[in-house]
Design a protein. Structure first.
Length: 272
């Protein structure tokens, strides 16, 4: 305690520093003012940089949250995409018949049974050539609920035409299908299944056909109530359209909806 007292007395005995004159006081004041100005400018610059950073961040796309919903392709665009898929040749279609029959059988809904109507059949048409094959290749399955029957079929039609680039329900497309089918009066609609445009025809007879167009032809999945045919397939002008069934009445219920047939038509596994 005495040591501290002695130290304080010695400090107080020392003379204080000389007072500053007015010029020195003014110089110190100006230096302080200049320092405050520089500090204010620096803080303002940092604030501007922060605002700019916020603005840039707001302009960048968000990496989280809900993304814009993709718009479905137009029917015309879907048809254009399908144009790159080539029509298989008649030999390839015939060889793929067993796989097609299996896929058709797997598509039979619960409560129904399916059995092959016959083996896959391929007809080469009069205009058939090696460069431009013209043919029909058809695989058919009889579907039954125990009381009535219907026919589910998949048919390749190699007609040498390109994929339509407009409305698939146009009159020109309808006329094209009529050359190889038995389409009657009914309604037509176009749906897109996974980017593949499919034309769906519903006839007054309750027959429904879903058609996918390929480069050089098309694939049609058809569902029809079975009717007794007195004309054998070999004697028909279009033998692939004859239903020559067992004579049982047609199914009353719609075993296959148009939407289900369209899905089948777009299934890539049906292509060789």
């Amino acid at each position: 305690m005495n040591d501290v007292k002695d130290l304080c007395e010695r400090i107080l005995d020392q003379p204080g520093p000389p007072l500053r004159d007015s010029a020195q006081v003014l110089a110190v004041a100006r230096h302080a003012a200049q320092r405050r100005t520089r500090l204010t400018a620096a803080v303002g610059g940092l604030a501007c940089a922060a605002v700019a950073a916020v603005a840039v961040t707001a302009a960048l796309p968000r990496t989280t949250g809900q993304l814009p919903v993709a718009q479905p392709p137009s029917v015309t665009a879907a048809a254009s995409e399908a144009a790159v898929v080539p029509m298989p040749g008649p030999d390839a279609a015939q060889a793929h018949g067993g796989r097609i029959a299996q896929l058709l059988a797997e598509a039979v809904p619960a409560g129904y049974t399916g059995r092959p109507a016959d083996a896959t059949s391929t007809w080469r048409l009069a205009a058939d050539t090696a460069a431009t094959p013209r043919y029909i290749s058809q695989t058919r399955l009889i579907v039954s609920d125990g009381a009535g029957e219907g026919m589910l079929s998949a048919a390749f039609a190699g007609d040498g035409h390109v994929v339509p680039d407009g409305d698939l329900c146009a009159a020109t497309v309808t006329a094209r299908l009529a050359e190889y089918g038995d389409s009657g009066p009914g309604t037509c609609a176009v749906v897109s299944i996974g980017g593949v445009a499919v034309r769906v025809d519903t006839a007054a007879t309750r027959a429904v056909a879903a058609t996918r167009f390929l480069a050089g032809g098309y694939l049609t999945i058809r569902w029809s109530p079975m009717t007794w045919s007195t004309v054998p397939p070999s004697a028909s002008a279009q033998p692939w359209t004859a239903l020559d069934g067992s004579g049982r009445p047609g199914l009353d219920a719609a075993a296959f909806t148009p939407a289900r047939l369209a899905e089948l038509a777009a299934d890539p596994r049906l292509l060789p």
